[in-house]
Design a protein around this ligand. Structure first.
Ligand code: GLU
Length: 440
């Protein structure tokens, strides 16, 4: 049974980088017919908010990334405390009293001497009396996990065989001075308790994974399959982290990007398979395979989402946009014809309003000075509505006979005069939708 989880901290809105993690975990579970858990890593009361937790769920729901259940770390503090006790009992958790300033100084000294800035485990050498004295003087210390110094290896689902020397990593702090259990421990306890079989997350977690593998083993859990996807960069290779605010899913949604465009893009970006617009999440799941992904940083070009959105929309049947058409006030009897005429000429649903306004109210014409006489003559030949499917052909045929113009010279000035632009829907389909004779 495959069980995956997406574990955001509800401290901000989901952005395209988080979504990559969510989607990979979702697709792995979906493909295997397994379980996908949404886990809210909300142990930091100072930064987590219920509003962000709601927003995360709203954004995932918008994308159709449904979860089998939600877990909140804040509901599981007793489990984390029990795990900490187990580790203490095994001698793998020790209290350390250094202040941040003291640790900083130690690190500077180590760096000056050309050594890696790894915690020196000075607290391990403290006797009981010294510990009691420090606790009395400074209050509770932090609790660090005693790493086993050796190599930590795993076969990463994306990065291949990885090996990390435990001695190059500081014993991680699992419990803060104020008693708050930190992510490193909480995540491991949850992964064990929830039977997580596959963990996909960003490459920034590789060192965490090394220490978490030791923690899982210390707590008697089964190590899941780990995979670390590359981090996303901007189209020019620059770090995305600073722009992530503008890449929030709700921003993209507000700009009219369609869920299937984002999902199709992210399911393939950074893989050896080309990005292809998919019709459904099941289709994406069927073709999803972590082995297609590479470890190199992945360029993310958000602009690619717009043509994908346009293609997605162009392929929709009219009933998929019924709500949008209703909201615009398109009469039911006209919906299929209107949609058929404009669907290949919108880049987002909101563009429907532009065409609907045009066929109802007209639009400022675009007329080349050189074509003025021609257009006047042509419009004199255009009858009053209603128009039908043959109106455009009938009219342009009459204009051709009267003026001798043909081809582009005939059609383009008329299109531009009616629609105010050089590109747009098939005029034979658009003209019958006009309720008034277009003005020039
Ligand atoms: N809350 C962690 C994060 O957002 C979860 C990482 C993980 O998947 O374990 O980075």
């Amino acid at each position: 049974m495959t069980v995956t989880r997406f574990a955001p901290s509800p401290t901000g809105y989901l952005h395209i980088g988080n979504l990559r993690t969510a989607l990979f975990n979702f697709l792995i579970a979906r493909k295997a017919g397994g379980t996908f858990i949404l886990r809210l890593d909300d142990t930091d009361p100072a930064r987590s908010t219920p509003a962000f937790a709601d927003a995360i769920q709203e954004d995932l729901a918008w994308l159709g990334l449904t979860w089998d259940r939600v877990e909140r770390q804040s509901d599981r503090l007793d489990r984390f405390a029990a795990a900490a006790d187990t580790l203490r009992g095994m001698g793998r958790l020790y209290e350390a009293f250094e202040t941040p300033a003291e640790l900083d100084l130690k690190r500077k000294k180590q760096l000056n001497m050309g050594q890696p800035p790894v915690y020196d485990r000075a607290a391990l050498a403290l006797g009981d009396a010294e510990r009691a004295r420090l606790r009395a003087a400074r209050g509770a210390g932090v609790w660090r996990f005693l790493l086993d110094h050796g190599r930590i290896t795993w076969a990463d689902g994306i990065m291949g065989d990885l090996s990390i020397t435990a001695a190059s990593v500081s014993d991680p702090v699992l419990i803060r001075r104020d008693g708050q259990v930190l992510y490193t421990l909480a995540s491991v306890v949850d992964d064990i308790d929830m039977g997580i079989t596959d963990v996909v997350r960003g490459a920034d977690h590789v060192t965490n994974t090394a220490t978490q593998i030791q923690l899982i083993k210390a707590l008697g859990g089964t190590v899941p399959r780990f995979a670390h996807h590359s981090l996303l960069t901007g189209a020019g290779g620059e770090a995305l982290s600073k722009r992530l605010g503008t890449l929030a899913l709700r921003e993209l949604r507000a700009k009219g990007v369609e869920p299937m465009a984002v999902l199709s893009y992210l399911a393939r970006l950074g893989s050896s398979q080309p990005v292809r617009l998919a019709g459904s999440l099941d289709e994406l799941a069927d073709g999803f395979d972590l082995t297609h992904f590479g470890a190199a940083p992945t360029k993310c070009d958000v602009d690619a989402l717009y043509p994908l959105t346009a293609r997605y929309l162009a392929g929709l049947p009219v009933d998929a946009v019924e709500r949008d058409l209703e909201d615009l006030g398109v009469p039911r009897a006209m919906q299929a014809r209107f949609w058929g005429a404009v669907r290949e000429n919108i880049t987002k649903r909101a563009d429907l309003a532009f065409w609907w306004d045009m066929v109802n109210n007209g639009t400022p014409p675009l007329i080349d000075d050189a074509d003025r006489g021609f257009v006047d003559e042509a419009f004199a030949l255009l009858p009053e509505p209603p128009y039908c499917e043959t109106s455009w052909a009938d009219w342009t045929g009459a204009v051709k006979d009267a003026t001798g113009r043909r081809g582009r010279d005939l059609f383009m000035p008329l299109r531009e005069a009616i629609t105010g632009r050089a590109q747009g829907p098939d005029m034979a389909a658009l003209l019958p939708l006009f309720r008034r004779k277009p003005g020039i």
